[in-house]
Design a protein around this ligand. Sequence first.
Ligand SMILES: Nc1ncnc2c1ncn2[C@@H]1O[C@H](COP(=O)(O)OP(=O)(O)OP(=O)(O)O)[C@@H](O)[C@H]1O
Ligand SMILES: [Mg+2]
Length: 375
Amino acid sequence: MKKLDSNPFVVSGYLGGNYFCDRLTETKKIVKLILNGNNLTLISPRRMGKSGLIKHVFAQSEVNDFIKIYSDILATSNLEGFVNVLGNAWIRQAFGSGKRRLNKVLDILKSFHPVIRLDPFTGLPEVEISTRSEAEKTDNLENLLYRISKEENQIIIAIDEFQQIMDYPEENMEALLRGILQQLPQVRFIFSGSRMHLMNAMFTQTSRPFYQSTRIMFLNPIDSLEYGRFISEKFISGGRIIEQEAIDWLLEWTRGHTYYVQYLCNWLYSEGYTRISPAVISKVTGEILMELQPVFDQYRQLLAPRQYELVRAVARENNVKSVLSGGFIARHSLGTPSSVSTSLKAMIEKDVIRDSGEGYRVDDLFFSRWLEEKS
Ligand SMILES: Nc1ncnc2c1ncn2[C@@H]1O[C@H](COP(=O)(O)OP(=O)(O)OP(=O)(O)O)[C@@H](O)[C@H]1O
Ligand SMILES: [Mg+2]
């Protein structure tokens, strides 16, 4: 059996082009947009591969000369948190370019009077910039972005999980950021997010500050032919074989949704199967759902009975065009349209159900597959 650390199916982060399947068209398009002075908004359901794609774009030779700063603001809850994440992303980037640059960036950041400590895991310096007044927070953001923009090279700043700014207590975040960005035409921005209704609203509603300020890209599942080829090649390189029918089954069961494909393949690989048939896939998918059972039991307890019934009905139909149609409600005995409508709204807000534009689905593929089999 191969060692787990040589598993070619990555389930977290980006480990380089060798482990990255396809996305050729998307990568080319994003590079082109950046080189032509555009900002980009990248939207997709969770776990489709946005963060990976951003890092893949950053690894392309065409953007070698850019300074590329990747920040993820998911864990932030206010403007101060945003500034800190951005400052630390800049440090991480500088660290990758050598000691001199790191010291230069740290010197600049010292003017913000931060507390500086070393991250115990990476050994990297980390700044914590605290502020007293609202005005100071805004100044810090403006100053930080301005200082970054003064770097010698051109700059790309990616802000992942961007919809998070809508949860900040500061009310004018969108207008504030948009205003600052307009003053930094030499910096390219990539905004990325998975809460699709929030991202869509922020970038496509005429009344919002970010309206028409970026090119918008919706990330779809990877082409199944390409994914099938990638999966087959990786198993063959590891001295194993996966039958074509098994690949077809796997891609159908996961709906080609990147994270779930990777997870299932990683599991298959780590179990050391040398020949993978549809029967193996069937066994392994059962094992995965069994392992996740306690998590799903908990999800179930967090939902009101009516919400649970609705979510299960959506899972059973896979993709529901109209949740409020009489047929769907009657088939699953869901009660009155108004109560279904209330549950639907709550489930969309909590990201349990997602509207893909072509129908409603349970957001978590494994949960969806588990529900299909539940009485
Ligand atoms: N093109 C790809 N080839 C192989 N694996 C990929 C590819 N894109 C993403 N992945 C893997 O799929 C998983 C999900 O990708 P990623 O984290 O980039 O998605 P995301 O859309 O940013 O998700 P989230 O919305 O949860 O942040 C990760 O484990 C990542 O390593
Ligand atoms: Mg991500």
